[in-house]
Design a protein around this ligand. Structure first.
Ligand SMILES: Cc1cc2nc3c(=O)[nH]c(=O)nc-3n(C[C@H](O)[C@H](O)[C@H](O)COP(=O)(O)OP(=O)(O)OC[C@H]3O[C@@H](n4cnc5c(N)ncnc54)[C@H](O)[C@@H]3O)c2cc1C
Length: 435
């Protein structure tokens, strides 16, 4: 098990020669406070035109660092369909009322004003990899020398959840936004006499944020215990066991009396009777929180870029260039790599990708030894958290990012200190991404 001081060592070890990793990010967040005005270099000699699709954890970071490192000769256009970004990270804390959705919104003003990123609000529907352009739903076209795609995930539609009415009754809330608020309202509407059952389901991996569903179960069960005593939380997991922070969540599930059923897959949903049909029988609930299987955002699948299991894009992790589409880089949840689908890793992949694109523009060799880090904190109660961290290093034999063995581990116990550090880590990560 990694001790706290080792966690700090490894979390800060992912520099890729630049600002990456939790503690460098802390410094970056301090730098990007009100007094800090970043200097975009004018003399790097690098020239190029990059379009970035998606202004989430991966895309916003890539856009920022392409300018920050590349300078004013690199034109960066960030195309995002929403006016602001709603952070998934910390959105489980909206469910117990300790955060609000409005506190999790991030704008694109700093990327424009401090770094000169051109922000376009629009939905990319088509990609022309030969002519090197993308087209918005409005018909406007943008040409690129290199394209970065970071659309996050979309969700499979489970039988019974085809209609908007059914989806409204059974939210996944796995993309933070209105569904998160809906789920919060459903939880607070659970019966006060303790007769309510909250049922949540976890898809088979890979899905975004491996510890996230278990964290959600703990946060919800903790709130119910304090506010609707007697209520029950049942977790139906398509995986054979808890796939992240096993030790912490086993303790958390025991603490909260959560009923955990592994190897249980949802076959269909009956929203009218609020019942799930699974391979292990029918499960009714007062609240059903079904997290469906994922795939890359539609712009990937609709444009023939999903060559991994028909769902994700295979990439060269030295540059995140798509194996089947030269000039197109895919980062974040949408790519198929050995790294977890997580916001911290998305931020790190974006930096490796930005560095690679700038090297390509200037005819330099790619960094042959990239290192990335994933650090993740998980609330177990309203005031305690655990953590998980792992550092990945490039393995030239398998050509994949492999975990550095001594770096991998989780907290030995949940604690209030971890909860406080979680808030600092989150501020630093979001500052490094959006400010
Ligand atoms: C409840 C929950 C808790 C989580 N907690 C953590 C955590 O503690 N730590 C952690 O590291 N990760 C966590 N994650 C995972 C993390 O949120 C994701 O891994 C991360 O957001 C992935 O970044 P991304 O840039 O690939 O996708 P996103 O952040 O989802 O961004 C994708 C963006 O692309 C835009 N977009 C998509 N398609 C188009 C298009 N065609 N045109 C224009 N724009 C488009 C979307 O609007 C969106 O803004 C959590 C996730 C959830 C659901």
């Amino acid at each position: 098990m990694v001790k706290r001081r080792d966690f700090i060592k490894w979390a800060g070890a992912s520099g890729i020669g630049f600002a990456a990793g939790a503690f460098d990010m802390l410094a970056m967040a301090e730098e990007t406070s009100a007094a800090f005005v970043p200097v975009i270099p004018t003399n790097t000699g690098i020239k190029g035109n990059v379009v970035v699709i998606g202004g989430g954890m991966a895309g916003a970071t890539a856009a920022k660092y392409l300018r920050y490192w590349g300078g004013t000769g690199v034109t960066v256009t960030l195309i995002e369909r929403d006016a602001t970004y709603a952070s998934n990270i910390m959105s489980n804390l909206v469910l117990n009322g300790s955060r609000t959705m409005s506190s999790l919104q991030y704008g694109y003003g700093k990327l424009a004003s401090s770094y000169g990123v051109k922000i376009v609000k629009g939905d990319v529907v088509a990609i022309d990899p030969v002519g090197r352009s993308v087209t918005l739903g409005s018909g406007t076209r943008y040409a690129y020398d290199r394209l970065v795609i970071a659309p996050g995930v979309d969700f499979d539609v489970l039988p019974g959840l085809e209609t908007a009415t059914a989806q409204a009754k059974v939210p996944h809330a796995w993309k933070a936004g209105p569904q998160t608020t809906t789920l919060r309202n459903m939880i607070t509407a659970m019966p006060t006499n303790g007769s309510g059952v909250f049922v949540m389901t976890i898809p088979a991996k890979p899905y975004r944020c491996p510890p996230g569903p278990y964290e959600r179960a703990c946060v919800v069960a903790d709130w119910l215990k304090r506010n609707r005593p007697g209520s029950k939380v049942i977790v139906l997991d398509a995986n054979p066991e808890i796939i992240a922070e096993k030790h912490s969540f086993e303790e958390g599930f025991a603490l909260h009396g959560i009923e955990y059923r592994p190897n249980t897959t949802v076959l269909s949903v009956d929203a009218s009777t609020m019942t799930l049909d699974t391979n292990n029988g029918k499960v009714p609930g007062a609240v059903l929180n079904v997290i469906p299987p994922h795939r890359a955002g539609k712009v990937i699948t609709a444009n023939g870029l999903a060559d991994a299991d028909g769902k994700w894009t295979s990439v060269d992790v030295l540059s995140y260039e798509a194996k089947l589409a030269p000039g197109i880089h895919v980062i974040g949840d949408a790519s198929a790599t050995t790294q977890p689908k997580a916001g911290h890793i998305a931020n790190q992949e974006a930096k490796v990708c930005a560095d690679a694109i700038l090297r390509m523009f200037s005819g330099r060799a790619l960094d042959q030894a990239p290192v990335t880090n994933s650090a993740c904190y998980s609330p177990i109660t309203f005031e305690t958290a655990s953590w998980l961290t792992v550092t990945f290093a490039y393995d030239p034999v398998s050509k994949t990012m492999l975990p550095v063995p001594a770096s991998a581990g989780e907290a030995s116990a949940r604690s209030k200190d971890n909860f406080e550090e979680m808030n600092k880590w989150f501020t630093a990560l979001m500052g490094d991404t959006f400010a």
